[in-house]
Design a binder for this molecule. Structure first.
Ligand code: T3D
Length: 270
């Protein structure tokens, strides 16, 4: 099933094809930078996808030549009261913290399809996702330092875990543009593919993920993140506990039955 967005000029386009829900950031003239209007659509769209049992995977991408250039630095809705300094902390609390937390706790896998430049909170929104697939012409920029800010939308947590302290600090402090190929090489993202193959690769990946057991994948993310602060044996305990719950659920029985029957499994747990 395809659900076209009711308004192709809206700052967020939402489509669903089968189990794949695609959220397209849609302000191409400003490289899909975040406005209050876009935030007002994005978080509810993620909530709706999380609540919809038909959705098996969420893909986040951008319209036009960019993925997302972070906060729209011209959005009047983000400006402070006249004569007062902008409430940047308030903006981060109101929009970026809930957004990052929502992506990291989705009950289905989330794929970032990074079609072009991803800067500031746009880069870190991508890094919040479970799998980041980029077009070769895309790039990643921790643009914050250039305007006197620190990485937000999870950047301080994500960067050192993905690429280690040395790369994390260099990327964040210089604000240099990191080409997608180099991002893949240092482990910031999963992989990059040629631009000509990008759309087909995204579709193939999303289709594969949509056929996977969503609950097991969401639990995998949760355990991998939790394990970063656990002793080895505590991680083993968490694995056993989660395996116990999953082993008693539908998808495990279905997966084993499908294996024995030599047929494709039909997973449904969330
Ligand atoms: O309240 C808060 O601010 C808190 C939240 C902070 C979170 C953050 O994300 S802070 C970081 C904000 N983002 C940036 O600082 C990135 C700014 N953009 C750039 O540095 C460059 O645009 C890029 C390196 C991303 C791309 O460069 P390039 O040369 O490919 O494109 P361009 O010509 O700079 O941009 C194209 C258009 O998009 C241009 O508009 P124009 O001149 O054609 O009318 C440009 O102004 C617009 N644009 C790009 N980024 C933003 C933007 N407009 C508003 N806000 C942007 N962030």
């Amino acid at each position: 099933m395809t659900t076209p967005s009711p308004d192709a000029t809206a700052p967020l386009l939402v489509t669903r094809e089968g189990g794949v829900c695609t959220l397209t950031l849609n302000r191409p003239a400003a490289l899909n930078s975040f406005t209050a209007a876009m935030h007002a659509l994005l978080l509810p769209a993620l909530e709706a996808a999380a609540a919809d049992p038909q959705v098996k995977v969420v893909v986040i991408t951008g319209a036009g030549r960019g993925f997302c250039a972070g906060q729209d630095l011209n959005d009047p809705a983000m400006a402070g009261a006249p004569g007062a300094a902008p409430d940047v902390g308030g903006v981060v609390e109101r929009y970026y913290r809930p957004l990052a937390n929502r992506v990291r706790t989705m009950p289905v896998p989330v794929v970032a399809a990074v079609n072009g430049v991803a800067a500031g909170a746009g880069a870190n929104l991508a890094l919040c996702c479970d799998i980041v697939l980029a077009a070769r012409s895309a790039s990643f920029i921790q643009a914050f330092s250039k305007i006197g800010l620190v990485p937000d939308c999870g950047g301080t947590w994500l960067l050192p875990r993905l690429v280690g302290r040395a790369h994390a600090l260099a990327l964040a402090m210089t604000g240099d543009k990191l080409p997608a190929e180099e991002a893949a090489r240092i482990g910031l993202i999963w992989r990059c593919v040629d631009d000509a193959a990008f759309a087909a690769e995204v579709q193939a990946l999303a289709g594969r993920m949509a056929a996977m057991p969503a609950r097991a994948l969401a639990e995998t993310r949760r355990l991998v993140d939790a394990a970063t602060t656990l002793e080895f044996d505590a991680a083993l305990v968490a694995e056993a506990r989660t395996q116990g719950a999953l082993g008693a659920a539908h998808d495990f029985a279905e997966g084993v039955a499908a294996f024995r029957d030599k047929r494709a499994p039909v997973f449904s747990d969330r």
